[in-house]
Structures are given as structure tokens and as C-alpha cells.
Design a protein around this ligand. Sequence first.
Ligand code: 6PG
Length: 252
Amino acid sequence: MTLSPSLLPEHVVLDDFAVEATGLLVAELRAAVRARGLVSVALAGGGTPLGLYRGLAIMAGDVDWKRVHVFWGDERLVSPDDSGSNYREAFEALLSHVPIPPENIHRVRGELPAGEAVADYVAQLREWAAVHDPRAPHPWPRFDIVLLGLGEDGHTASLFPGSPVDVAAPVIAVTADYQGRPAGRVTLTPRLLNDARRVIFLATGPKKTAAVRETWTIDDPVRFPARRICPANGRVTWWLDRAAAGALTSPA
Ligand code: 6PG
């Protein structure tokens, strides 16, 4: 299925957050390629990363895209050309504007039934790790960079409040009631995410201030699944704009 790449508007206007985040992420991508010869990135869905994706497209010349492999932290159970597809969002804002080899794009096949989509994505992760990340601690990628958004209810990827905690699988399918409607999703789990070298949470706008503050200050990983993302051998960073940061200082 081919999507027609949308042309970047002639003048893409990036807000300050997107400009800052783009510079930081370009530096992270280049550092990983220098260190290991390639970089594996799990992209986030939702609206927050869009400016960052567009910024990366503008700065395409600063990244060696043939060494970049992209995955997704979660995906909706829809076809890749559906307006709700996280793959479609990233394809239109970024991937269709940079010279990344198609074989470096590892999407969740959301058009499949949930169980098959999970099995297919796990197979993709295992096969990729066997070739490109044989020293990973588990039979899936140790991602260099994981981008994660944060919902107003505190969810991240498709780990929703009340989601099961002791999940041993690296990928699961969930059906969560999201914004008042059932949302069929496939999501990476903390089991896999916590192998990552870098986890970057992205949150912007005043509507996220409470979720950020509560995630940082309330020690309840069931209510605030983002608290379960704490790689033993990795770093977690929060990239916030002033509105989302509110009066926050730093994680407790
Ligand atoms: C998705 C994302 C989800 C998102 C949050 C925040 O599939 O929608 O993975 O976890 O990051 O819902 O979404 P916004 O960035 O649109 O606020």
C-alpha cells in the first residue's frame, strides 16, 4: 500500500518546542550512529511529535538516514492509510521527505486482526534484533531512542491507566476506552521499552501540565503507566514546553 507523500508546505512554521526538540534529536541520532553504526528509534503517535517530525524532515541533510531504523511504540488497529494511523502520520510528516530506505521502516501492520498484528510485529522485532542487535539483553531490539507522548489521562504509548502491570510479553494488543470510545491498539510494553538506551517523553500545552505533574509526583504506576518506563541501563528525559511544564521543577 503506497501513500502519496504529502508535500511539506513551502514554509513549515515550527514552534519553539519543535525547533529545540529537532536540534536535540538530530544530535541524539548522529551520536548513536557514530557509536554503533546505526540507530533504532521507536516513534510516538499522536499530535505532540508532529512538529518534531516536520523539523527532522527540514533538517534531513543532517542525518544519515540509511543508518536509521524506525519502529513504533504503538499503533492503532487500522490500515496504514487510515487518518488515525501513527504510521501514516509519521510517513506524511517525516518519512516521505527523507531518504530512509523502505526496508528500514518497521511498521505495525494495524490492518491485521489484533492477535496477528501482535505476532507479526514481534516477529519483525525478533528478526531485526537477530541481525542488527545480537547483543541486546532480550530477543528484541534494545532501542537507541524511544519517543513517547503522554495523554491527559496519563497514558503513554497505548499503556492506559489501569492497564496490566506484570506483562512479560514485549508487545500486546489492548482495547482501551480512550476519549470515550473503544480504541483497538497494539503497544510495546515496559518489558521491551525498559531495555532502551534513551527514552524521551514529549508533552506540550497546558492540558498536559496535570498529567506530567501527577506522573512525576504520584507513585502509582497503575494509574500512571509512564512511571513504569524506567530503563535499568538507560536514561529517561522529559522534553516539555513551558505550558506543559507549568510550575514543575524536576521529577521527584
Ligand atoms: C497514540 C500515541 C499516544 C499519544 C498520547 C498523546 O497512538 O495516540 O501513542 O500515546 O502519545 O495519546 O497524544 P497527543 O500527542 O496527541 O496529545
